[in-house]
Design a protein around this ligand. Structure first.
Ligand code: NI
Length: 180
């Protein structure tokens, strides 16, 4: 397993539209393990392959407290959406920034698992929000895109400053809510 560097906004590689996964082999399973390891270490509750500069439609989520509910979604497609959920979101690619994003409360999703088996599931709550957030990553979209340009400018300045400070203090990371 390997810890992978996570791309940070405004890195243009985060804008890449990921391609479908077509090969379900041992290498894919290793990639999934690497994504989980990187996500848990960050720490975060969701990570899309795009964030580690792999441009395939693959994402992992674990919204449990004990890091024991691993969810893998490959080539996910949302079939239907219901209700509205607006909560504060963070993102490992936009560290330390949190804001409200409009999401569906429940979604029906079709996806493949690590063996390539097609499944359909209804998900809600934090898992549904996280899934929508990670699926945006696969299309090159970030949660800050839902905010005003003025807010995005402030965020870019804040992240620049944080990166400069981090260069001097390697262990200065902190967060107040789960990052996706
Ligand atoms: Ni994210």
């Amino acid at each position: 397993m390997a810890l992978l560097p996570i791309l940070e906004y405004p890195d243009p590689r985060l804008r890449t539209k990921a391609l479908p996964v077509t090969v379900f082999d041992a290498a894919l399973k290793r990639r999934i393990d690497d994504l989980f390891e990187t996500m848990y270490a960050a720490p975060g509750i969701g990570l899309a392959a795009t964030q580690v500069d792999w441009h395939q439609r693959l994402l992992v989520i674990d919204v449990s407290k004990d890091e024991n509910e691993r969810e893998v979604f490959i080539n996910p497609e949302i079939l239907s959406r219901e209700g509205q959920a607006a909560g504060e979101e963070g993102c490992l690619s936009v560290p330390g920034i949190y804001d409200e994003v409009p999401r569906a409360e429940r979604v029906r999703v079709r996806f493949q698992n690590a063996d390539g088996t097609v499944q359909e599931r209804d998900v809600d709550g934090m898992l549904a929000v996280c899934l929508q957030h990670e699926m945006d990553h696969l299309d090159g979209k970030l949660f800050v895109d839902y905010l005003s340009e003025l807010k995005r400018q402030r965020i870019r300045k804040k992240l620049d400053k944080a990166r400069r400070e981090r260069a001097g203090r390697p262990d200065a990371a902190s967060s107040r809510a789960p990052s996706l």
